[in-house]
Ligand binder design. Structure first.
Ligand SMILES: *Cc1c(COP(=O)(O)O)cnc(C)c1O
Length: 363
């Protein structure tokens, strides 16, 4: 793999495994199975229906998705799910929906939901600048709430939940855009999970939705077809032209996880090692590197931090570029710096970056 791909710590779109990129390169010329370019394959072909089926089956295996859950491949990114969920489960119900506000992304979701119905903030970390996460017992949730929505990994601030909600008594909806497939999860703890592809699953364009049968049945049905979970499910994710290419690459990524990495347990252990190497390097120089998240909440996927001044940060980025490290700028809303350690980042690249961090601090 070329060095810039290997050292691409971008927060999204994230780097993809080199084995996948090689297959994609070939598929753009001609798919081995059809002789036709992936970019010209019909979404109504048997080949594509087979591909969708294969991608679903592989996701089911990898995540141990129970039989009573549907898997859908939708469009519009996670931002459209912010609206689609509220239209399906809040609009016209007379209920309120509970939202946890733990960072930039989870704070965006209730803004969209408020266009459809009443929203209640069950917990907010805004006042302290999103540096920590609540425990499940701290939430204030109306037992009649239509659902509770939260984000499992705050991509911008670098905060990650390591456990699942339990015993809250309302349907649980989780945006896992930046950590789905990075470690094992218990799908049965959720009513609806969604994640767009461009952080860990593949290229932008496809959004995976995993939803419990009984919860899908409760979704509102009188919505525009594209925004209606019932229509999308009935059409097996091919109501209109889907993003054939993105689904193709997602299937390769899931195959890579199953066959090369082995399992989500193995992936999770590797991700934990990568994160440990990077945090260790940062922690050696607490005066120099100021990590945004408080200790127990630090994300394995995204590490947001600052230096003493924006000038030092600019210098850091310039030095990083000289060594081939890219994608280290913080999110525009927060500034500072950010290291994203998605699945495709290899341990050796994380170690090389850790070496660079030490070198910078000692400069
Ligand atoms: C990046 C991100 C989003 C936004 O996704 P789009 O596909 O760009 O709409 C939403 N939620 C989380 C947690 C993210 O990391």
């Amino acid at each position: 793999m070329n060095i810039l791909n290997q050292r691409n710590f971008s927060a999204g779109p994230g780097a993809l495994p080199s084995a996948v990129l090689e297959q994609v390169q070939q598929a753009i010329q001609a798919l081995p199975e059809t002789g036709v370019s992936i970019l010209g394959m019909s979404h109504r072909s048997d080949w594509f229906m087979g591909l969708i089926h294969e991608a679903e089956m592989r996701l089911r295996t990898l995540l141990a998705i129970p039989q009573n859950y549907h898997v859908m491949f939708l469009q519009g990114g996670s931002s459209l799910q912010f609206s689609m969920i509220a239209m399906a489960y809040l609009k016209g119900t007379g209920k309120t929906a509970a939202y946890m506000q733990t960072g930039y992304w989870s704070a965006k979701a209730p803004v969209e939901a408020a266009l459809e119905g009443d929203v209640h903030v069950a917990w907010s970390g805004e006042a302290e600048g999103y540096q920590s996460l609540p425990s499940w017992g701290q939430l204030q949730i109306d037992p009649q709430a239509a659902y509770l929505h939260y984000v499992s990994n705050e991509t911008v601030e670098g905060l990650e939940f390591t456990d699942h909600p339990k015993g809250l008594g309302v349907p649980i909806i989780c945006d896992m855009s930046s950590n789905l497939l990075s470690r094992p999860i218990d799908v049965s703890a959720f009513d609806l999970i969604y994640a767009h592809a461009q952080k860990n699953l593949g290229p932008a364009g496809v959004t995976v939705v995993i939803v419990k049968d009984a919860f899908l049945d409760m979704a509102r049905n009188d919505l525009p077809s594209m925004l209606n979970y019932h229509t999308q499910l009935k059409a097996q994710s091919v109501y209109n032209t889907p993003c054939v290419f993105s689904i193709y690459v997602l299937n390769l990524v899931v195959q890579w996880l199953l066959e090369d990495v082995g399992s989500l347990k193995a992936m999770g252990e590797l991700n934990a090692q990568k994160a440990a190497v990077v945090y260790q390097a940062l922690n050696l120089f607490p005066e120099h590197f100021r990590i945004h998240a408080k200790l127990p909440f630090r994300s394995q996927m995204n590490v947001a931090f600052r230096l003493q001044s924006p000038e030092k940060e600019r210098e850091f980025l310039a030095h990083a570029a000289l060594e081939g490290f890219t994608g280290l700028e913080g999110h525009r809303s927060l500034g500072g710096l950010r290291i994203s350690l998605y699945n495709a980042i290899e341990l050796v690249a994380a170690s090389e970056l850790a070496g660079f961090l030490k070198q910078e601090a000692e400069r």
